[in-house]
Ligand binder design. Structure first.
Ligand code: BGC
Length: 755
């Protein structure tokens, strides 16, 4: 780290050589914070009663051309790449944009923080590992999403960052995508709502938020070279809708454009996606930043709507952009617009008026928040014979098998990797986490299971490396709990939905040895379970975060009544998916050792198309309904230790809201996520139900509540590429309500006029 900083000093002249006299003056004559504060009130844009746009315009009016250029690109890879220079004021995150002290404009320090601040260990800091975003979305609880984001914002602020690059928003079209744990759902309304709340939580801490990767970055294989193909109507009603909901509700400072091409043009120079839709139609006022090396041109990208090039050392937005402005190829007004978007976001988020103050992250508060979110997010998929919850005192012996459950819980890799306190629990070493290895966090399920089982229960652990030995341990215990893990990471997709490392064989061996087998899954996304019928309990805990061990025990022993529901379909087989194989993966694997980061090789296969018109609008559960296929576990499914009954569905004439009665018919208090689906009139050409609304309802045993849920009129509309807008198709549409996409006891036909 220190060496990087020395290298920065050596290269500082080089890095700033594009900054002209006034800019250099602005950057190198760094006034002290107190000097800045003294001069601040005299600068008209420092008047907080003015609106962010006026303040930005006043400041930009004072900027030189070089200062403007300085703001629209990062200064290189910094700590991300060994040997790259690190500016002294760089906080150690993924990106750094130097500010302009003479104008009271702070540096922008950007931190990867999908599930907690990344690379904290580089600076000897602590960061909370939250559950995966997909896990959090299984809570279907917008308040949990807000809390999730607020933990990220709070800890970034304490660490001195002022921008989070989190907000993973790509739709789960490809259930084997290595980054699904950073994303939210296969359904655009659920995904957009949850990620929007997450970003609001981040920004509630006066941290600039971000939503990424815009758009159709739905698989990792070939992400830099693939061209995602999807008709515009389908694009609007699926992937774009998710972004639209999140962006228009959260107003993030940044939107990160993705690596891939979208219908021909790279996402970061895609006029349709950036200018026409994001900025014009949705009125996005923040700035578009490229994914790291996602910029491919100067003039085309600038004119198409890219506002900031990251990490910036490709040079597209430095000297060549200045030249393009001087030559009139990029109008100066467009450069001013780029700068305006950045500066107004800094004002509106509060990073100028209330800059981050370094302090010590509170690890206990973070852990409690992470556990609380996981308590709501774990999904109980099977509970045959009511084997769960386990009754402390009644179970004499438990065998815990596999998944490193003796030491911790697994986390996702890539730029979302958070550093584990004390190092990787299965291989502790000082320093930041490796890119290509599974990292376990020290939240031991074994420890908490022992604690909650009580002193009268013998709890043994078997590593699960030898199925025969594991079966012996299982046979000798009253209950066997097998932990299975699936490590997923940026830069690679899973080749299949199967659990890796022969873990299916392990579960099968244990289940054959003990009729009371329970499986706890720690997976990045959906997996197949050939043994599902042979075990009594299945709990999907996702990547459960630093409170994971305790949350898993809470549910197994009934301290928490499970309430999470699947935000993604679990297919029974890869063959049931729209794309039975990950597009392009065979060629990648032929070119690279299996398991190697599929984007880092120098020998790149030919660019290829990913044809999303195969499933088009029928993403996820819609595909299964349209093709009449039966998933292993449907979208929206999850069990509770109590039972709920639905009755008495009503809708107002325009279906602006629905109401129904929900009763807890069991003997325990519990939360039900009540789901509302709509099937549009036949004229819409969408022969499937779509999630339109939901509500998480807490009910005491025996209690009944009349639940009223508003429906956003947008979700009853279709997108017309002729009118470039939304309209409600006339005719008969169907409203269905229940506990999952495949269990909807209430149905009502309603007719609508075209709107
Ligand atoms: C990832 C982004 C990340 C960036 C900076 C890229 O490889 O796709 O999500 O923010 O790196 O680390």
């Amino acid at each position: 780290m220190k060496n990087h900083r020395i290298a920065w000093i050596a290269s500082i002249t080089l890095a700033f050589c594009h900054v002209g006299a006034a800019g250099a003056q602005g950057s190198s004559a760094q006034p002290s914070q107190s000097a800045v504060q003294q001069t601040a009130p005299q600068q008209p844009w420092m008047n907080p009663s003015l609106d962010p746009d006026t303040r930005a315009d006043l400041m930009i009016h004072e900027m030189t051309l070089d200062e403007k250029i300085q703001l629209i690109h990062g200064v290189g890879w910094g700590v991300l790449r060994a040997g790259a220079p690190v500016p002294p004021a760089d906080n150690g995150g993924a990106g750094f944009v130097p500010g302009i002290p003479r104008l009271h404009l702070p540096d922008i320090n950007l931190a990867d923080s999908a599930v907690g601040a990344r690379m904290a260990a580089l600076e000897g800091r602590y960061a909370t590992l939250l559950p995966s975003v997909l896990g959090m979305s299984a809570s279907w609880d917008p308040e949990a999403a807000f809390l999730f984001g607020s933990v990220i914002g709070r800890e970034l602020r304490a660490q001195g960052y002022n921008m989070s690059i989190s907000g993973g928003m790509d739709l789960i079209r490809e259930p084997r995508n290595g980054r699904n744990f950073e994303y939210s759902s296969e359904d655009p309304v659920l995904a957009g709502t949850m990620v929007g709340q997450l970003v609001r939580g981040v920004q509630s801490n006066h941290i600039m938020g971000d939503i990424k990767h815009y758009v159709l970055n739905d698989q990792e294989t070939g992400r830099n070279i693939l061209n995602a193909v999807l008709d515009r109507r389908a694009l609007h009603e699926t992937d774009l809708l998710a972004f639209q909901i999140a962006i228009t509700s959260a107003h993030p400072a940044g939107v990160m454009c993705s690596y891939n091409r979208v219908n021909g043009d790279y996402a970061c120079e895609n006029d349709y996606a950036l200018n026409q839709i994001l900025k014009h139609d949705w009125g996005f006022k923040g700035f578009v930043l490229s994914d790291w090396t996602g910029t491919h041109s100067t003039v085309k990208a600038a004119l198409a709507g890219l506002d900031m090039d990251q990490p910036g050392d490709d040079g597209y937005f430095s000297e060549p952009l200045k030249q393009a402005v001087q030559d009139g190829k990029v109008p100066e007004a467009r450069l001013n617009d780029m700068v305006h978007r950045i500066v107004r976001s800094m004002f509106s988020s509060g990073v100028i008026d209330e800059p981050p103050v370094r302090s010590v992250v509170n690890p206990f508060r973070g852990r409690d928040d992470a556990e609380k979110i996981e308590d709501e997010s774990a999904v109980l998929l099977e509970n045959s014979g009511n084997i769960l919850p386990l009754a402390p005192g009644e179970i004499r012996s438990i065998a815990i098998i596999g998944g490193h459950a003796d030491v911790g819980v697994i986390s996702g890799g890539g730029s979302a990797q958070v550093d584990a306190p004390g190092g990787n629990a299965i291989d502790p070493k000082p320093g930041p986490s490796p890119w290509e290895k599974p990292v376990y966090f020290p939240s031991s399920p074994l420890l908490y299971i022992r604690e909650q089982a009580g002193p009268g229960t013998t709890v043994v652990y078997d590593a699960g490396t030898d199925p025969a030995q594991a079966a012996k341990a299982a046979a000798a215990s009253q209950v066997a709990i097998v932990f299975v893990t699936q490590w997923m990471s940026e830069g690679r997709d899973a080749a299949t939905l199967s659990l890796p490392d022969d873990q299916d064989a392990l579960v099968a061996a244990v289940a054959a040895a003990n009729p009371n087998t329970i499986v706890v899954l720690e997976t990045g996304g959906p997996v197949t379970m050939p043994w599902a019928k042979d075990v009594k309990g299945i709990l999907e805990s996702w990547y459960p975060g630093i409170g994971g061990g305790q949350a898993i025990a809470n549910i197994l022993f009934g301290r928490v009544n499970p309430s999470g529901k699947l935000p993604v379909t679990f297919a029974a087989s890869d063959n049931d998916l729209p794309h039975p194989e990950v597009t392009g993966l065979a060629e990648w694997t032929a070119n690279h050792a299996n398991g190697a980061d599929r984007n880092r090789s120098r020998t790149r296969p030919r660019p290829f198309d990913v044809d999303y018109n195969v499933e088009s609008m029928a993403v996820g559960y819609r595909w299964f309904q349209e093709k009449n296929k039966h998933p292993l576990f449907p979208f929206g499914f999850g069990l509770s230790y109590t039972h709920f009954a639905y009755s008495n569905l009503k809708a107002d004439p325009d279906a602006k809201s629905v109401s129904f009665d929900l009763s807890n018919t069991g003997a325990q208090a519990g939360d039900e996520i009540a789901e509302v689906y709509v099937t549009l009139p036949a004229s819409a050409g969408e022969p499937f139900r779509k999630l339109a609304a939901w509500k998480r309802v807490s009910l005491a045993p025996g209690a009944m509540q009349t639940v009223e849920i508003p429906i956003d009129p947008l979700y009853l509309k279709i997108y017309s590429t002729v009118d470039n807008g939304w309209s409600q198709p006339a005719g008969d549409f169907l409203i269905e309500v229940g506990g999952s996409a495949a269990d909807l006891p209430l149905r009502l036909h309603q007719s609508s006029r075209r709107q």
